[in-house]
Design a binder for this molecule. Structure first.
Ligand code: NAD
Ligand code: MG
Length: 401
């Protein structure tokens, strides 16, 4: 068997660590070519040592010095590459077959896009890339013939429930024939039933205490506000060429049904599994074969019941704002995502309250409508609008303290 050479962007994160866990179960299938991290450089060194990665990418000289300081004496150092450009260059490196895009936030866009442009197998966890640059990204996939496999659990579930992969929108640009709607499930997060007047005072740790999933802190807060589901609706729109009115969000507190596809004949196909990202990751790594992910048996009889309910847009204003942004177009989606990244960072650092997150996003969406002059078509346009929104959001945060 020829081994796939992997590049894991964001290997020290929650998805990165789960990916390495699956990879370690299949040494005959996968070789780790490159790993990247932005912080936790000691963890990166450990990962690179264990996997014998040939290349490691980190932000700057200070990180390199830390990496070298902890590298075991007498062992050959991997090649160290520095900076954001090295992420994109390595994603396009001819020696790389498969790229796991698992950096958090719009910072992951250039690397994911470079992988798509270079025609790689792209395992896409970084949903923010599609939210900010859906049109550009999907066009790059189609032009290069890249193989795009969604890793976000909902989109992975939908992908699994879709008709044959050749009819997939990443190849045709059209919705798959016979599909009526996509049903995107959401847990509702830790505040699904919290009294609304208590939300003002919730802490970052409470917001990150997701009832079912263990994830990075940014996506955990996004799950609490349900902005995560909003980003996922936009992600589904691009991945499956589906209009907003054919994507339905349904709250499913047990997080066992990861999403569903409803067909014209009334059939609904669902994908079930434990809330463990190793399942969609193994699906993407092994595709089209099924490989062991390390996830144990799911005993349906112990589950007892599966509940479904409508999301309450008063409780989750970020979901409404996401629908507005998708209706308004790409500039609004870039603003939604960038404003949210600043707001969540401010909340995690204790600078703003949880309930201010939607205020900041709304302010930035209004600003983007007022100041947008042209459609952001290129990566440079997208990054410029992203940077502008971050400045507007930061000023608004400072003014609200
Ligand atoms: P995380 O915070 O645990 O890890 C993020 C990784 O990105 C780390 O390796 C970090 O070093 C790197 N990184 C952060 N900022 C960077 C920057 N500016 N430049 C380069 N690298 C940077 O995040 P996560 O929970 O693993 O999520 C990663 C992505 O996967 C996100 O887009 C998230 O929405 C998506 N996702 C995560 C889960 C999950 O269960 N964690 C599920 C679905 C989708
Ligand atoms: Mg998800």
């Amino acid at each position: 068997m020829i081994r796939q050479n992997l590049f894991i962007l964001g290997s020290t994160g929650s998805i990165g660590v789960s990916t390495l866990d699956v990879v370690a179960r299949h040494p005959e299938r996968f070789a780790v070519y490159a790993l990247s991290a932005h912080s936790r450089i000691e963890q990166l060194a450990e990962q690179a040592y264990v996997t014998q990665a040939r290349v490691v990418i980190m932000p700057d000289d200070a990180a390199r010095a830390r990496f070298i300081a902890v590298w075991p004496c007498g062992q050959a150092l991997p090649e160290v590459r520095l900076g954001a450009q090295a992420l994109a260059d390595t994603a396009a490196d001819p020696l790389v077959d498969t790229v796991m895009a698992a950096i958090v936030g719009a910072a992951g866009l250039p690397g994911a896009l470079a992988a798509a442009q270079a025609g790689k197998r792209v395992l896409l966890a970084n949903k923010e890339a599609l939210v900010a640059a859906g049109s550009l990204f999907m066009q790059a996939v189609r032009d290069s013939g890249a193989e795009l496999l969604p890793i976000d659990s909902e989109h992975n579930a939908i992908f699994q429930c879709m008709p044959h992969p050749n009819s997939h929108a990443s190849k045709t640009g059209l919705p798959a024939a016979g599909v009526r709607r996509l049903l995107l499930t959401a847990s509702g997060g830790p505040f699904r039933q919290t009294a609304l007047d208590l939300l003002d005072a919730v802490t970052p740790d409470q917001a990150c205490a997701h009832p079912n999933w263990r994830m990075g802190r940014k996506i955990s807060v996004d799950s609490a506000t349900m902005l995560n589901k909003g980003l996922e609706v936009i992600e589904a729109h691009w991945l499956f060429s589906m209009p907003l009115d054919r994507i339905k969000v349904v709250i499913h507190p047990q997080s066992m049904v990861h999403s569903m596809v409803e067909y014209e004949d009334g059939s609904i196909l669902a994908q079930l599994g434990q809330p463990d990202m190793r399942t969609p990751i193994a699906y993407g790594l092994g595709f089209p074969e099924r490989i062991n992910s390390g996830v144990g048996l799911m005993e349906l009889s112990r589950l007892g019941r599966l509940d479904f309910e409508e999301p309450d847009l008063n409780r989750f204003p970020c979901l409404r704002l996401s629908f507005d942004a998708l209706n308004d177009g790409q500039a609004a989606c870039i603003a939604l995502n960038a404003a949210n990244e600043i707001a969540v960072d401010g909340f995690l650092k204790g600078r703003i309250r949880y309930t201010q997150i939607p205020d900041i996003i709304e302010h930035c969406l209004d600003d983007s409508t007022a100041h947008m002059t042209s459609h952001p078509g290129s990566l440079e346009d997208i990054l410029a609008l992203d940077a502008r929104t971050r400045r507007v959001a930061t000023q608004f945060c400072l003014a609200s303290i």
